[in-house]
Every structure is written in C-alpha cells, then in structure tokens.
Design a binder for this molecule. Sequence first.
Ligand code: GLU
Ligand code: MG
Length: 449
Amino acid sequence: MEARDVVKQADEAGLRLVRFLWCGNDGTVRAKASSLHGLEGRIRSGIGLTVAMQAMNSLDQLQPVEGMGPVGEIRLVPDPETFRVLPYAPRTGAMLVDQVQLDGEPAPVSQRTFLTRMEERLAERGTRLEAAFENEFSLATKVDGAFVPIDSGLCFSTISATAAQGYIEELAGALDAQRIVLEQYYSELGHGQHEISTQHAPALRAADEQLLVRETIRGVAARHGLVASLAPKPWPENAGNGGHIHFSLWDDDANWNRFHDESAADRLSAEARSFIAGVLAHLPGLCGLTAPSFNSYHRILPQYWAGAFACWGHDNREAPLRVPSVFWGMEEASTNVELKAADASSNPYLAVGGLIAAGLDGLERGLEPPEPVEVDPATIDERERAERGIIRLPATQEEALDALEGDRVLIGALGPVLAQSYLAVRRSEWAAYSAGDEAFEQQGHFLKY
Ligand code: GLU
Ligand code: MG
C-alpha cells in the first residue's frame, strides 16, 4: 500500500479527515488530522509536531528534558499499511505514525521505531514475535459527575452481557470493519467490566492494533452515551483492568511456532524456556513499561489475578507469566505465554519492545527459568519465597521506574533519549498523583486510558 492508494481509499470512503495517531511516553493516544486536501503529501512528508510532545506527561505538564523544549520539530510520518476507516467517527480515518527527524532519520524517541528495532533483532535470529492483547475495560455512565458502572453482574454473567449487548455488537462490527479479528468477548468479574481478545499478529502490527482497539472501545462507547475506561484500576473497590499480552516466537522461514515442542510435557521448547527466563529476570524493570502508571499499582496486588510475585506457572492465574494449556487439535498454534503484569495504560510499542528485549536477553544468555510455581505464590511461606527467588514485583509506580532505570538491558535497548524522556514523564506522574487524593487519581486515569 502506498500514499496514493490510501488517498484513493479515503476518497472512495468519503472521508473528510485522516487522523495521524501516536502514543506518547505517557501512554495516551493523541492525533493530528489531515484533511483529504494535501493528504498524499502529508503521508509522504508527515505532519509537523513540536519536539516537546514526548516530554509531556498525562496531565499535559511539560517536563524538563534536554532537546524537548519549545524549539524544534519532528514529523509524524504514517505507515500506509496501517490505514483504517474509523467506523465510530464520522467520515474519519486513521493511520499510525513513526516520529522522524527533519533529516529523515528516525527520531530516537520514536517508540514505534524502537519496537521495529527489537523486531529486527529477532529477525537476525530468523524469528518474529507474535503477540495478542486481551483488554479488560469498564463501561460507565456519568451520574452527577461520578462514573457509575453500567452493571453489577456476576463474573461472566449473561445479565451483564445483556446490559452491554447493543454496545458490544457495535464494537464487534467496528473491529471487523477495521480488519481486526475479534476472538472472544465476555463480561468480567468487576462491575461494568467487560473483556475482548483479538487475534495475534506480528509484534508491530499487534501494537498498532492495540491502539486502534483502545480507540474503538472508547469511540463506540461515546456513541452509546457511555464512558469506556481501560484504566488499570477504574474504581478502588472494584476489579482491575488487565491488558494481558500473549506471545510466542515463530520461525520466519518455515513459519512454525518455536515455543512449541511436542516432546515436552508442557509443550514448551528450550527456546521458550530461555525466553521466559529472560522476561522473568527483567520483570521488575519491565513492569515500568508494561504497567507504567500510578494507577497500575492499585491493580497489581497479591490475589487479584494480576500477578504480583515474579514467577511463572502453568495455568496459574496468580503468576505474572502464565503458560496456558494448549488446545486440542491446535497444540502447536496455541502454545504461548501470557504476561499478566501488563495493562492498557502502557505505550504498546514500549511494552512489546521491552518484552522482546527481555526475552532476547534470556535467549542470548541461554538462561533456564527457575522451577515453575503451581500454587498461588501468596500462599507460599515468605522464607521459602525468598529462597526460591519469588520476589514481590514493584508495589508502586516509583518502584517500577526505579527498577526500569536500574535495568541495563532494558535501558540499553530503549537508548538514552527514549529512556530519559520516558522516565522524566512517568516520574512526574508519580510526583503529581502521590501528592493528590484518590479522586484526583481516578479523574486522572479514568478518561485518559
Ligand atoms: N482482572 C484481572 C487483572 O487485573 C484478570 C482476571 C483474569 O482474566 O484472569 O489482570
Ligand atoms: Mg480477564
């Protein structure tokens, strides 16, 4: 697909605007739109953006980061392959962008380019990461300024599904129209909580689609007079919203799942085990990318099925790395690992790119994972947990960012500009929300993710 194909499709669909979408260090999705007039040129040479934008936190407070002040410009250059007509926004389309310097080189802060770099490192090994996001989200109405869940049904309750059915039907149609394959839907445990899973795709496409899915969940809700939130902990007393990431490594040439070994009892190959070991070794720092918000740490608590202790396990929903049992007749295709310590307030390019960097370290060093944990780790005696290295994952955003900053592999993969701006933005959120109250925290996350 090229610029002129996009223009032709946009024209045929009767679009007036095409949004150039990006996700910032703060995990929010933002856009500048082009009208059809001049679209082809803007696809080729991008839309201008101040260099300051990647120093902006989720409260629109600009942080002091070198080279990210009022002077200077980058270009938002869209990837024509990502073009979609948005079913929930009248006569509007969208594309995902890379951030490019004026000299045509990728901007070092470009999160999407970071993920591309990580994909290239995997490609050198003849592999690619396939990833799928499972998004939990909360549906609410606003009553007297407060967000009220639309249902108070039970887990997987058909009563909750009924309360949301008009919305869900339109959501399914909107995903379909954007060529995003919906796998499953159900109402979840929390009040107003619902979940969709979408089909796996190569890392970059999965991250692009995660942004389109987040936009669609919220955009369709707005058409129904509802507010949809993917905030990790939308209400303090209610279940948290996970944004679990399923992943597996595939062979680029022969297209087989390199995580799968039919001779292993749990079907996991040696390569899968090393990848898991790498992710586990970097998990505290990785949390700074996959569960990166102040609000994230009101979700990652022991016994909330979000994975609060560094461990892996088979069908263990208290393990941040869960190996799901395979499905009959599709053993190879369904061999994968799920990262539960992840939510949709992350920048998906950073989350998936960080996951690859961590896994690659496991592969390169030939790491072996520790014994899997096949019980709820919170029930293991504290001393035994310490002996087995089952450490508590970061308990606050600040701890997660400290762990990230101390992780040489992850920081090295991000590169200095991205690492520095990311930490500045996220640390400033910690400062703002830890000085505020619960209402300020909710207000600051409910409508932003
Ligand atoms: N809501 C849980 C979370 O915060 C996940 C529940 C589940 O699907 O296992 O991740
Ligand atoms: Mg769930």
